[in-house]
Write a protein that binds this ligand. Sequence first.
Ligand code: URA
Length: 188
Amino acid sequence: MEEMLLELEQKCAVCAACELHTGRTKSVFGVGNPRSPLMFVGEGPGEQEDLKGQPFVGRAGQLLDKFLNAIELDRTGCYIANIVKCRPPKNRDPLPEEQEQCIAFLREQFRLIRPKMVVCLGRIAAQRLISPDFKVTLRHGEWILRGESLFMGTFHPASLLRNPRQKPDAFADFIKIREKLRELTVNS
Ligand code: URA
């Protein structure tokens, strides 16, 4: 499985299916442990991610790491990917057609990794993977069964940097993630 992921990552690195490739320094495929039952999905790379080729390595990423550490996890205990693999100009939201082109990579990542839990970080991922009208402020922390995986939407760490008052709600979601992860690992 790791080999197939690597092959997919190599395809992603040279993908030119949408306009976003023209502004890319590096594509950002995904990092972490593909054998973990837990996958996080963000929106798309920002400036630091584009330079380094890794998801969530800027300020938002540092906050994500803090939340992970608070539930005794790090990047070796989960897998982290994004809806789009190339940075949108000036960090704008990825356009529907860009998401549409790029989602094929994420689908393949799901197919290979088969995560039991998928946590959508922010509106773009939650609306794409859970439902088009998903409102993070209203439905964060809810587990939603889709096929054989449980999905949850929670706040994007960049949104938590802008609105620190949301942090306790986000933290409560991470506690739920820890509980579900324990439940699933005890029963497997
Ligand atoms: N924001 C995202 O949604 N993904 C990243 O990888 C970095 C910032």
